[in-house]
Write a protein that binds this ligand. Structure first.
Ligand code: ELG
Length: 283
């Protein structure tokens, strides 16, 4: 279905650490939407499937070929970077991160991206058929791009991976992984009190755990009134692929009665979870 496809970009991440001229490692991982589907460890020659549907609709032979391309790439990349560093007088140690992938859009179209960061700062992106330095990158990055742009074979391979291989892989994965990608998982919620904010005050904590997919709405309420003092924590990933969130409210202890925490999530339909303060939890 077209509605499904929009929200599931394939994001391939590469993390390379260069300690000195003789030690480096490169690890890879890839996500389809919020679900991790692949890892590729530095010490392994093979990309590992983390889901039963990770192969998508590619044949064993297509995977063999793809894996070979990435194996050659990893060796070449490591060698190229070490050469750049010697040539351009960059200092060890450093990390290079790469983020590339695509999203399939309605109407048989797709959108792709490939960005490179050095020491955590974006420096280069691949645009059209060229490596392009970011406007505020140091001069050595511009030199590195000029050198890289001389390799037409690599530029064509990158374009082909982004425009052809990636979207066709994603189209297959949306079929093979459909049920898991689409299946919402209901959160559990519970209340507790946090460290006391001061004399006569309470920190009310509402925990929301185990939901998929990510967006969730949670608020402290008095009746139908949303409490504007509600503070939302970060949405944290859990090992099983679901998410965790806490929302807190700092109140005068005598005003805590009658407050409730309300949770809305796609898995709940319009049956919001509502938990009332003072019924059950130790305060
Ligand atoms: N090319 C071998 O990061 C991100 C996915 C890229 C996949 C590229 C696959 C192509 C490849 O492996 C390397 O090229 C030779 O062999 C090819 C066939 O296998 C072709 O015949 C090609 O013409 C031939 O030269 C090639 O060595 C490539 O340079 C590997 C690294 C690509 C890369 N470049 C890059 C890195 C570009 C701009 C900036 C940076 C980071 C700069 C940071 C400096 C500290």
């Amino acid at each position: 279905s077209e509605g499904l496809q929009r929200h599931f970009p394939l994001r391939c991440l590469q993390i390379s650490s260069f300690a000195n001229s003789s030690w480096s490692r490169t690890d890879g991982l890839a996500w389809l939407g919020e679900l991790q589907a692949y890892t590729w460890r530095s010490d392994s020659d093979t990309i590992r499937f983390l889901k039963p549907w990770s192969q998508g609709r590619f044949s064993d032979q297509q995977w063999e070929n793809l894996q070979h391309i990435f194996l050659v790439y990893r060796i070449s990349f490591t060698r190229d970077i070490q050469e750049f560093v010697t040539m351009l007088h960059v200092d060890y140690p450093f990390d290079i991160q790469m983020s590339g992938g695509c999203e399939v859009l309605p109407g048989n179209t797709s959108k792709s991206f490939l960005d490179i960061a050095f020491q955590g700062t974006a420096i280069v992106s691949f645009q059209g058929t060229f490596w392009v330095p970011n406007p505020d990158s140091p001069p050595w990055v511009q030199t590195a791009c000029k050198v890289a742009n001389q390799d037409q074979g690599t530029r064509e391979t990158v374009r082909w991976l982004l425009d052809s291989v990636c979207p066709s892989l994603v189209r297959g994965l949306l079929e093979t992984g459909k049920s898991e990608l689409e299946k919402p998982v209901q959160p559990e919620a519970w209340l507790s009190s946090g460290p006391t904010p001061g004399p006569g005050r309470l920190l009310l904590v509402c925990h929301v755990s185990g939901f998929y997919p990510n967006p969730v709405w949670a608020m402290w309420m008095r009746g139908e009134q949303e409490q504007p003092g509600t503070r939302r924590g970060d949405v944290l990933p859990q090992a099983d692929g679901t998410w965790y969130l806490r929302v807190t409210l700092d109140v005068a202890a005598r005003e805590a009665a009658g407050l409730s925490c309300r949770v809305r999530h796609s898995s709940l339909g319009d049956q919001d979870i509502v938990l009332y303060w003072g019924r059950g939890q130790a305060s």
